[in-house]
Design a protein around this ligand. Structure first.
Ligand SMILES: Cc1cc2nc3c(=O)[nH]c(=O)nc-3n(C[C@H](O)[C@H](O)[C@H](O)COP(=O)(O)O)c2cc1C
Length: 151
């Protein structure tokens, strides 16, 4: 069943960032999508063991940084190590969005969200946030998630 879903359901690639208690971090995610027009709500599914999960709950905000074509090394950098043990932001320039969420210079677009709800969903948690800031930084092609390229 998982193989059918992996082939048939299109996903993008994002770095979810948060700044909790003065600690900035980012993690790769492909399970992110818009879920409402009004209010404008985004959803990201994050495992409970992820450091980013903890930081978003601390800060009450998160940013979705959109990756573009070719940025697979960046996806690996933020997706195969944890901010608990490595400073993943060290070599990546970023600024802070108005509510403090890190915006990576490598992102083609971002939206900063105010956390509204966290719902349990199997072995993950769904973070639903209202978009409070958003910007298209480079009008280029986003990076699609392709199964087999990472796992
Ligand atoms: C291509 C790719 C997609 C991923 N998508 C997700 C996702 O949607 N949700 C999630 O919880 N983890 C996802 N991960 C795993 C996290 O990025 C990874 O566990 C990361 O090390 C967590 O970092 P943190 O502990 O600093 O938050 C993905 C990893 C990769 C490589």
């Amino acid at each position: 069943m998982q193989k059918v879903i992996a082939k048939g359901v299109s996903l993008g690639m994002y770095i979810i960032t948060a700044n909790g208690g003065g600690k900035a971090n980012g993690m790769t995610a492909c399970w992110a999508t818009q879920v409402s027009f009004s209010p404008l709500l985004m959803m990201v599914s994050i495992g409970p063991d992820k450091y980013t999960n903890e930081l978003i709950k601390k800060s009450g905000y998160f940013a979705i940084n959109v990756l573009s074509e070719g940025q697979t090394n960046e996806a690996r950098h933020f997706g195969f190590q944890s901010g608990r043990t490595v400073d993943k932001m060290k070599d990546y320039a970023y600024t802070n969005a108005p509510q403090g969420s890190p915006i990576l210079e490598i992102a083609m677009a971002y939206c900063e969200c105010k956390l509204k709800d966290v719902f349990p969903a199997g072995d993950h948690e769904l973070f639903v946030g209202e978009v409070v800031n958003a910007k298209l930084l480079k009008d280029i092609t986003p990076l699609p998630f392709v199964w087999g390229e990472y796992f």
